[in-house]
Design a protein around this ligand. Structure first.
Ligand code: ZN
Length: 375
């Protein structure tokens, strides 16, 4: 299983310069061979890599940067062509320095006189990463991570539009899957709009308040941007603040989801949620809805993965199971809940006062229990 770790990267001035040079050289190689393919005919990456040797002599500045990153740029081009040939994307375009800046390089291992050597290494104790040509660069992130179990496959160095540097490290991990436990506790969860997650125990999880605060600020800044003179200094300043805020919101959403999932899987042995209604997803182009759907998807995927690792059970009930229409106490069906604004309702049959979301999650739990016993 591959796992990606993304660290914030803090290069010094000299390292920054070399990183920028590498962005430039990998872009040069990409565009050079794209031009060749356009003018003559498409060539395989193997042939382009052979020609790279001549280019290194013709353009000596290429030798200053990590040669692996240049070869990766060729593989990138080959992928772009593959996607084009298989009709997944348009014809490859020339790369511009105004697009996102990044380069990828591969981890190479060798041994000499019995000593292992690797061109990329991570030292989490001292929070440093060793990168080809750059040497040791400071990293931050994953405060509670003390070692990475597995082989580093490749790394991508990137500079975001926020002017921050990041390094994504792809690691091949040996998955340690715990043996399936004898389940002793079960939970149903309802994914909702008002509260992100409501459990059959009556716990409600929402998005952190700071997200709302950030979103308000984002709206204000977007308004401000629309009033500013395009391409002016202040315009770019606002743009930078907007993209910083975007990444802040994205990160805190992600952290929140991971925290929720970790808690649920830690506390319960059988976890049940609903499947996402795909039909509703595509018919609604509302941005808030899209974000919500993405969150649901992420929660479900995280639950699935985490439950597997911990030796627990995760099931999804059918998207069309009417979880919010059934009274979880007596099984009576109601039409009251088709109005989404109704948060609480009294069952006409048994008189129980149901909380809309908790009731739904209890029904989901019972429906999931059936699946558990069928398996
Ligand atoms: Zn009832």
């Amino acid at each position: 299983m591959y796992k990606a770790y993304k660290f914030r990267l803090y290069p010094n001035d000299k390292q920054k310069e070399l990183i920028h040079k590498t962005f430039g050289c990998t872009r040069f190689i990409y565009n050079y061979f794209l031009n060749e393919c356009k003018e003559n005919e498409y060539q395989k990456a193997y042939d382009m890599c052979n020609k790279l040797k001549e280019l290194l002599i013709e353009y000596p500045f290429l030798k200053e940067v990590d040669s692996c990153s240049l070869r990766n740029s060729i593989f990138n081009l080959e992928d772009s062509y593959k996607n084009f040939f298989e009709k997944r994307s348009n014809y490859p375009k020339f790369k511009s320095k105004f697009n996102k800046q990044s380069y990828r390089t591969t981890c190479i291992r060798s041994s000499y006189k019995g000593n292992g050597y690797s061109n990329i290494e991570i030292d989490l104790k001292n929070r440093k990463i060793k990168l080809p040509k750059l040497g040791l660069v400071d990293i931050r992130g994953y405060r509670n991570l003390y070692n990475i179990n597995g082989k580093i496959i490749n790394v991508t160095v990137e500079k975001e539009t926020t002017n921050k540097y990041y390094v994504s490290v792809i690691v091949e991990e040996v998955e340690v899957i715990n043996k399936k436990k004898n389940p002793t506790s079960i939970v149903g969860i309802d994914l909702g709009i008002k509260d992100l997650v409501v459990t059959s125990n009556g716990e409600k999880y929402t998005n952190p308040k700071e997200i709302k605060k950030h979103e308000k600020r984002l709206k204000r800044l977007q308004k401000k941007l629309s009033r500013q003179i395009r391409e002016s200094n202040n315009y770019y300043k606002t743009k930078l603040r907007i993209s910083r805020l975007h990444s802040k919101i994205k990160n805190s959403r992600r952290h929140n989801l991971i925290e929720i999932v970790n808690r649920i899987v830690k506390e319960h042995d059988i976890i049940i949620s609903e499947k996402l209604k795909v039909k509703e997803m595509s018919s609604n182009h509302n941005l808030a809805k899209q974000i919500l759907d993405a969150s649901f998807n992420k929660i479900c995927n995280l639950l699935k993965w985490k439950a597997k690792l911990e030796g627990k059970y995760y099931y999804q009930v059918d998207a069309y199971y009417p979880s919010s229409k059934i009274c979880s106490h007596c099984g009576n069906k109601t039409k009251k809940t088709s109005n989404l604004s109704i948060r609480k309702w009294e069952c006409i049959n048994c008189g129980y006062e149901n909380d809309r979301d908790i009731n739904a999650s209890i029904n989901i739990m019972f429906e999931g229990l059936k699946i558990h016993y069928q398996n």
